[in-house]
Design a protein around this ligand. Structure first.
Ligand code: ADP
Ligand code: MG
Length: 601
C-alpha cells in the first residue's frame, strides 16, 4: 500500500488552531489588546462594529514592529516573548504561544499597520485567510494598528454559530473591562458603532474602577492589602450593603492576568461570612501577585484557570486580606433582609411537598386563630357559593404539566371571587377553591404577550406624560442601543439624549409598573441577571425580564374587573400553570381536602 500521511498545509493548520484560540469576536479583542499591552503601549483604542462581527480594530502606541517582524508575527509559533522553555517560568507577558495573530489571520481579513519609533516608514500588510495579499511601506504613527474584518468569513458554520450582537458585545465589554481594570496606568478607549463608550484616563486603580462603573462606586470601596513571603494581595472589596444579585463584578487577577477560581471566590465569600443577604455577591477586584514559579500558566490558551502549587496558602491570604478590609472599614451591614424574602416562590421551587406543608400549616393556623374580620367576609361570600359538586375532580399539577385544564374543572362561578392579603385571588371552581397568585399569574400573561410582540416586531406603547431621562453605565448604554429594535417592539419609545443617556417617551401599554424610568432600568437589570444565570435566546430573555418587572405585584389591591381580567388572561395563555421560570401561578385547594378537615371522608 502506498503512504497516505501528509503534513497539512499551513492555512489549514492555522484554521484548526484558530478554532482553539478564536472562539468569538471577544477572543480576538482579548488577543489583540494583550499584544498591545505586551508591546508597552500607554494608550490603546478598541473600535468595534456590529459587536465585532464586521470590524475589530486595536490601535496602540507601543513598540511597533520592523518590516520583517511584522511579516513573521503572522506565522504560527512566532513570538518575541519566550526563547527557551525556562522562560515559561518567569513570564512577564500575557502572550507567549505565538499563535494568536496566525490564528486570527486564518479566519478573517486582517490589515496590520505598524512602525518602530526609529523607522521613518512603517509597514502595511493585508492578509486574508492566511494568504498575504499585500505588503508595502506606509507612512503611519508609531505603534501598531490591526483591523480584523469579517471574522469567520471563510468558515460559515462558525459565523452562523455566533450569538446575537448584544451577547457578543457583552463578551467584548467583559474582556475590555478586565484588561482596563488590570492596567489602570494605560489609557483605554472603546468605540462601538461610532460611539465613544469608554474613555478611560490613566490613573490609580480606584479611579479606574469609578471611571468604568460610575461615581456611585466611590462610596462602596474598601481597600484590601496583605503581604506575605509567598503572595501579595491588593485591591478593593465592595461593602456588603452594595452586594448585588447578579454575579459579574467579581474579579481575580493573578500576576495581572484575569482568572476564574471557585476556590478563591469562596475565600472571599467566607470572609464576608454573615454580612451578605442571601444570594447576593459583593463587588471585588483583587490582585494576587506571586512568583511565577509557584503557578502553572501553561494551561489552555483561552482558559482562565491557574494552578497554584500551594492553593491553601493563597486561600488563607486572600481571606485574611478581605477580612481585614471589612474589619478596618467597619462595614457594619445596613441590610433589610425582610424586603428580599419571597417565601412562597422559594418554597414552591423546593418542591411540592414543602409547598403543601407550608400551605397546610398556614391553613390550620388560620383555622385555629380565626380572624374575626376575615371570617365574616368569608362567611358573607360563602352564602353566595354555588352548589357543591359531590365528586370533585382532582387537579394534579405535577403530573399534567402539558395538558390544558378541562374547561369544566376551571369554569369559575361568577359570584365567588375575591382577593386575600392583597396578593391572592381566590375563586370557586368545581373541584374546589382556586387560589391564584396575582403577581405570578400576571407575569405569565405578560410574558406570552411580550414574546408575541417580539415575534411580530410590534408593540403598543402608551405615551409617558412626562418623558424621563435615564443615565446608564457605558456598558448598559451600548447594550440598549444594540437592542433598540427589540426594546421598541416591547412598547418602549426612547431617544438618545447625550452620552450614556436616553429619554423615555413611551412605555409598554397597560404596564402596571410605577414609571417609565423604573421599568426601563428594571428591564435592563433583570435582563442582565437572566443573562448571567440562564442560557436563553435574546427575545426570550427580554420577554421574561419585562414580564417580571412590568406586572402587578403582591400588595396591590385589585378591583373586581382586574381580578376577572387576570383569570381570563391566565387561562387564555398557552401555558397557564407556571411562570416562565417555573413558579406555579395558581393551585386548586381541592374540595376533598376541605372536606377532610371536617372529617367528611
Ligand atoms: P504572542 O503574543 O503569544 O507572542 P501573537 O501571535 O499574539 O503571539 O503575536 C506574535 C508576535 O507579534 C508577538 O510576539 C510580538 O512580537 C508581535 N506583536 C503582535 N502584536 C503586536 C503589537 N501590537 N505591537 C508590537 N508587536 C506585536
Ligand atoms: Mg499575543
Amino acid at each position: 500500500m502506498s503512504d497516505i500521511i501528509q503534513l497539512l498545509p499551513d492555512s489549514i493548520a492555522n484554521q484548526i488552531a484558530a478554532g482553539e484560540v478564536v472562539q468569538r469576536p471577544a477572543s480576538a479583542v482579548k488577543e489583540l489588546m494583550e499584544n498591545s499591552i505586551d508591546a508597552g503601549a500607554t494608550s490603546i483604542t478598541l473600535i468595534v462594529k456590529e459587536a465585532g462581527k464586521t470590524l475589530i480594530q486595536v490601535i496602540d502606541n507601543g513598540s511597533g514592529m520592523s518590516e520583517t517582524d511584522a511579516r513573521m508575527s503572522l506565522e504560527r509559533h512566532a513570538t518575541s516573548k519566550i526563547r527557551t522553555a525556562e522562560d515559561l517560568f518567569s513570564l512577564k507577558t500575557k502572550g507567549f504561544r505565538g499563535e494568536a495573530l496566525a490564528s486570527i489571520a486564518a479566519v478573517a481579513q486582517m490589515e496590520m499597520r505598524t512602525r518602530l519609533a526609529t523607522d521613518e516608514l512603517g509597514t502595511c500588510i493585508v492578509v486574508e485567510g492566511s494568504e498575504v495579499k499585500k505588503q508595502e511601506p506606509i507612512a503611519c504613527e508609531q505603534g501598531t494598528s490591526i483591523s480584523v474584518k469579517n471574522l469567520f468569513y471563510n468558515i460559515p458554520a462558525r459565523r452562523n454559530f455566533l450569538k446575537s450582537n448584544p451577547v457578543e458585545l457583552k463578551h467584548i465589554i467583559d474582556e475590555f473591562q478586565r484588561l482596563a481594570l488590570a492596567h489602570p496606568d494605560i489609557v483605554f478607549k472603546f468605540i462601538q458603532a461610532d460611539e465613544l463608550v469608554y474613555d478611560l484616563p490613566a490613573g490609580k486603580l480606584s479611579q479606574r474602577i469609578v471611571a468604568i462603573y460610575g461615581k456611585q462606586y466611590q462610596a462602596q470601596l474598601a481597600a484590601c492589602k496583605e503581604d506575605t513571603d509567598l503572595v501579595k494581595v491588593h485591591g478593593y472589596v465592595g461593602k456588603p450593603e452594595f452586594a448585588r444579585k447578579t454575579r459579574g463584578e467579581q474579579f481575580l487577577f493573578v500576576n495581572n492576568r484575569f482568572i476564574r477560581s471557585n476556590y478563591l471566590h469562596h475565600a472571599v465569600m467566607s470572609a464576608f461570612e454573615n454580612l451578605l443577604p442571601e444570594n447576593t455577591f459583593p463587588f471585588y477586584i483583587l490582585f494576587i501577585d506571586i512568583d511565577p514559579r509557584h503557578i502553572d500558566v501553561n494551561v489552555h490558551p483561552t482558559k482562565t484557570e491557574v494552578k497554584f502549587d500551594d492553593e491553601r496558602a493563597v486561600y488563607a491570604v486572600v481571606r485574611s486580606a478581605v477580612r481585614q478590609a471589612i474589619g478596618s472599614h467597619n462595614l457594619t451591614p445596613a441590610i433589610d433582609f425582610t424586603a428580599d424574602v419571597n417565601i412562597i416562590s422559594r418554597l414552591s421551587q423546593s418542591g411540592s411537598d414543602v409547598k403543601d406543608a407550608y400551605f397546610d400549616e398556614r391553613f390550620s393556623t388560620a383555622l385555629r386563630n380565626p380572624n374575626q374580620d376575615h371570617w365574616e367576609k368569608l362567611f358573607e361570600q360563602s352564602k353566595n357559593f354555588g352548589p357543591r359538586t359531590p365528586e370533585p375532580q382532582v387537579l394534579r399539577f405535577e403530573s399534567d404539566l402539558n395538558s390544558t385544564p378541562s374547561a369544566e374543572t376551571l369554569q369559575p362561578e361568577e359570584k365567588a371571587m375575591f382577593q386575600i392579603h392583597d396578593r391572592y385571588v381566590v375563586r370557586q371552581v368545581k373541584s374546589g377553591l382556586m387560589i391564584l397568585d396575582q403577581q405570578y399569574a400576571h407575569e405569565r400573561i405578560l410574558y406570552e404577550k411580550f414574546l408575541n410582540q417580539l415575534k411580530n416586531k410590534s408593540g403598543e406603547s402608551q405615551q409617558d406624560l412626562f418623558p424621563q431621562t435615564v443615565t446608564l453605565s457605558a456598558a448598559d448604554f451600548a447594550l440598549v442601543l444594540e437592542m433598540e429594535r427589540e426594546i421598541t417592539a416591547l412598547g418602549f419609545r426612547f431617544e438618545v439624549f447625550g452620552k450614556n443617556t436616553i429619554v423615555i417617551n413611551g412605555v409598554p401599554a397597560n404596564s402596571a409598573s410605577a414609571g417609565g424610568k423604573a421599568l426601563f432600568e428594571g428591564l435592563i437589570e433583570q435582563f442582565k441577571i437572566n443573562q448571567s444565570e440562564l442560557s436563553i435566546p435574546l427575545s426570550e430573555n427580554l420577554a421574561r425580564s419585562l414580564a417580571k418587572r412590568a406586572g402587578i405585584k403582591a400588595g396591590q389591591r385589585l378591583a373586581k374587573e382586574e381580578m376577572k381580567a387576570l383569570i381570563d388572561g391566565l387561562f387564555a395563555c398557552s401555558t397557564s400553570y407556571y411562570t416562565p421560570d417555573g413558579t406555579p401561578t395558581f393551585f386548586v385547594f381541592e374540595l376533598r381536602k376541605i372536606e377532610s378537615y371536617f372529617n367528611r371522608q
